[in-house]
Ligand binder design. Structure first.
Ligand SMILES: Cc1cc2nc3c(=O)[nH]c(=O)nc-3n(C[C@H](O)[C@H](O)[C@H](O)COP(=O)(O)OP(=O)(O)OC[C@H]3O[C@@H](n4cnc5c(N)ncnc54)[C@H](O)[C@@H]3O)c2cc1C
Ligand code: FES
Length: 350
């Protein structure tokens, strides 16, 4: 495809080569659309199509497309909601407490304040571990200081990072943080808010629910928080707070076994109210649950924002380790021990 077209983003127009992705074409013209993965997974670059046409590469949801996948095919106009600029900082773990089941609350003290919108996520690399995405939230009492990021983390036995929570990752552990990213953040609006979570998907839900209650108190709010294991229904105190603030449509549920009342047994989907076109729906947590809620929301023509907690891709083998494997000497050769020592060092750093 050759030729050019006019690409307008948030009122700024650039000349874009036909066939280029909207994200790249905008960037070549000096317009930065928020982005993270550039593979169509994180949703950070989702933009509303205001006029014209593009090849949406199968990413269309109502009137929005993913700018990192959609391609320019003619004159076209987009808009995205302004978000805080991506930044980097460092800090150390200030506090850690178990919240029940496999869930922990970590309070991270940051050296620079990190502006984010409730529902966005950040990337944290604890010293000696690979980077992971986490959704800043509040303590279950609804608190955080300005120099803090609060996260709820679930421990996965086979994970590269979460099994170290409470052992190698503890108060005093240093970290690097960058962000914020994500498109599933709370917006102002009319109509009912429906928020659904599974597991620690409750973290972004809680951040949004508190902000919604404080900032849009007249708006009806419906919350469904779920977990497979009843032990992981760590959000009970937060749900009690929502009840005290007048939120009536609240369900806590566990699918794996019968939980203590008032929690109910069953999957989140079973307790979702019938969705309407005026609703704004947020689904956070397990990707299959998020997809199922999305199908129902799109069917009802409701606005939908997804925050799927995809597992991080497996770490790439560092070049130095690849070289070591290539030149690996026979066991017991003179250099064997020093290479084994180097490998142990790589493992420690990974
Ligand atoms: C946008 C976004 C926001 C996120 N926010 C949070 C958050 O606030 N709190 C939080 O706890 N996590 C969150 N996650 C997930 C988090 O980034 C990690 O994927 C998770 O903590 C596991 O990391 P790990 O290094 O322990 O396991 P990994 O080394 O990444 O995974 C190893 C194995 O653990 C298991 N595993 C990992 N993740 C999952 C999963 N989600 N479901 C089932 N099995 C899994 C799988 O068997 C996987 O192969 C978020 C993810 C994304 C994409
Ligand atoms: S940057 Fe486009 S989906 Fe992640």
């Amino acid at each position: 495809m050759s030729g050019t077209a006019r690409l307008t983003v948030n009122g700024n127009t650039v000349t874009a080569p036909l066939g280029q992705t909207v994200l790249d074409a905008a960037l070549s013209g000096g317009i930065v659309i928020p982005q993270d993965c550039c593979t169509g997974q994180c949703g950070t670059c989702r933009c509303d199509l205001l006029a014209g046409h593009c090849d949406d590469a199968g990413t269309r949801e109502r009137n929005s497309v993913l700018a990192c996948q959609a391609r320019v095919t003619g004159d076209v106009e987009f808009r995205f909601d302004p978000v805080p600029l991506e930044m980097k900082t460092t800090g150390e773990v200030r506090a850690l407490r178990p919240l029940g089941g496999d869930i922990f609350e970590l309070v991270l003290r940051v050296n620079k304040m990190v502006p984010y919108l409730p529902g966005q996520y950040v990337k944290v690399q604890f010293s000696g571990f690979p980077e992971r995405d986490y959704s800043p939230t509040l303590t279950l009492e609804g608190l955080r200081e300005l120099d803090e990021i609060v996260i709820h983390i679930r421990r996965y036995e086979t994970g590269a990072v979460s099994p170290a929570i409470g052992t190698l990752i503890k108060p005093g552990t240093r970290f690097k943080l960058r962000g914020p990213f994500g498109h599933a953040f709370l917006r102002q609006g009319q109509g009912r808010l429906v928020m659904v979570s599974s597991g620690t998907g409750f973290a972004p839900l809680w951040a949004m629910a508190v902000a919604a209650r404080m900032g849009q108190p007249g708006r009806e709010l419906c919350v469904v928080a779920s977990a497979r294991d009843p032990q992981n229904l760590y959000m009970r105190p937060a749900m009690d707070w929502l009840v005290r603030q007048g939120v009536q449509n609240i369900t806590l549920c566990a699918s794996g076994a019968s939980p203590l009342p008032p929690a109910r047994q069953g999957r989140a989907l079973a307790f979702l109210p019938a969705l309407k076109a005026e609703d704004t729906v947020y689904a956070c947590g397990a990707p299959d649950m998020v997809e199922a809620v999305k199908a129902l929301a799109l069917q009802a023509d409701a606005a939908f924002y997804a925050d799927p907690f995809y597992a991080a891709p497996p770490a790439k083998e560092p070049l130095a380790r690849k070289l070591l494997n290539f030149i690996r000497p026979k066991p017991k050769s003179p250099v064997h021990n020093s290479i084994a020592k180097l490998e142990r060092e790589f493992e420690r750093r990974d």
